[in-house]
Ligand binder design. Structure first.
Ligand SMILES: [Zn+2]
Length: 352
């Protein structure tokens, strides 16, 4: 189960190098696959969201043709399925892939074709995975309404929702109200990257002005919680915004490694996910950018197990939280929970 994963943040290092040479992209820091893999992780480790986002110049640079987009989308599905993911919402920003003249619709169609291809390949390898695409608009740009309209136009072809991403500071989500209102009027779903680098006002705007269904990260909601004695959940006091988020079961799409890399948290052990889980917020675990964080769902879960001594029941709780929060219809979510996730965890627990 994965709700927050970026297509341009999940390329295989070897694919970055191959696409760069095929498409004459000359700006990679190195062409050696091993060195490239470390370069992405190290750049992302710098602790600055701005530098972290800069690594995307290269992945986006090699994703400017239908073939490249479809290949990366297909490999994404294969990699997620091989990692044991059974449902994934993967997002991409069509407006970033038009540098060589592609139309936004061509970008979307190439990625959706890649997802279909990857799903078929995974099935052939004995792994069932259901993919949903989220269309992202860049918060510093001015194309969000157009992207939101496309998310609705492609809702029956594999696009399940809408998102905005990019540097938070200086670009509040309320700049994109018309886009969110379009999604709402069309009974669609959207999430907003908020409360990652920036604090409570960003979360508040995303929910109370824009009406987001979910929060991308939302880590800083912890600033509205006063922990109890010994820093724990017992006796913790919630401010009005934190109480609202918990009461309304607003899903938080958290990504431990990514949050660490962008400086949103100081260490995995100090990640608010521990406290939020104890307080029964609707927390979900995600990869965000598998290339930059050199990670997978398995690794993110393992990091949490190490830091918080979680067992299978906790991991099942996070997994079911995520499936409950997916943007596909209720009956389909329920079917995956009852027919795939619960039997899967039951087997793990009986084997343990
Ligand atoms: Zn993200």
């Amino acid at each position: 189960m994965l709700l927050h994963d970026h297509l341009d943040g999940g390329l295989r290092p070897a694919t970055v190098a191959e696409l760069a040479s095929e498409h004459g992209y000359k700006d990679l820091p190195t062409e050696d696959v091993g060195a490239l893999k470390s370069w992405f992780r190290d750049a992302a480790d710098s602790g600055s969201l701005v530098r972290y986002l800069d690594t995307f110049t290269h992945t986006v640079g090699v994703l400017q043709t239908p073939d490249a987009l479809a290949r990366v989308a297909s490999e994404c599905v294969e990699d997620l399925a091989a990692d044991g993911v059974v449902y994934a919402e993967v997002r991409f920003a069509p407006e970033l892939h038009v540098e060589r003249g592609l139309a936004l619709t061509e970008v979307i169609e190439a990625v959706l074709a890649g997802f279909a291809d990857g799903t078929a390949r995974a099935a052939a390898a004995g792994r069932q995975i259901r993919m949903g695409a989220l269309l992202t608009a860049m918060r510093h740009a001015a194309r969000s309404l157009e992207i939101a309209q496309l998310a609705i136009a492609y809702r029956d072809s594999g696009v399940v929702g809408f998102d905005i991403a990019g540097a938070e500071a200086g670009f509040p989500p309320t700049r994109h109200l018309d886009a969110f209102q379009h999604i709402q009027r069309e009974n669609g779903h959207f999430t907003i990257h908020a409360g990652e680098a920036f604090g409570l006002p960003s979360i508040w705007e995303a929910l109370q002005w824009c009406g987001a269904d979910r929060l991308g990260h939302g880590v800083r909601i912890v600033d509205d919680i006063t922990p109890g004695a010994a820093g724990g959940a017992s006796g913790a006091r919630l401010g009005r915004l934190a109480a609202y988020v918990r009461d309304k079961r607003i899903p938080l799409e958290m990504a431990p490694s990514s949050n660490l890399q962008t400086g949103a948290v100081a260490s995995i052990a100090e990640h608010p996910i521990g406290l939020l889980r104890e307080l029964y917020f609707r927390v979900t675990v995600n990869t965000d950018n598998r290339l930059m964080s050199d990670t997978s769902m398995t690794r993110e879960m393992a990091l949490l197990v190490d830091a918080f001594h979680y067992g299978w029941r906790d991991l099942q709780w996070f997994t079911v939280n995520a499936m409950k929060s997916a943007f596909i219809p209720f009956d389909e979510r329920l079917a995956i929970i009852n027919d795939v996730i619960k039997p899967g965890y039951a087997k793990l627990m009986s084997d343990a």
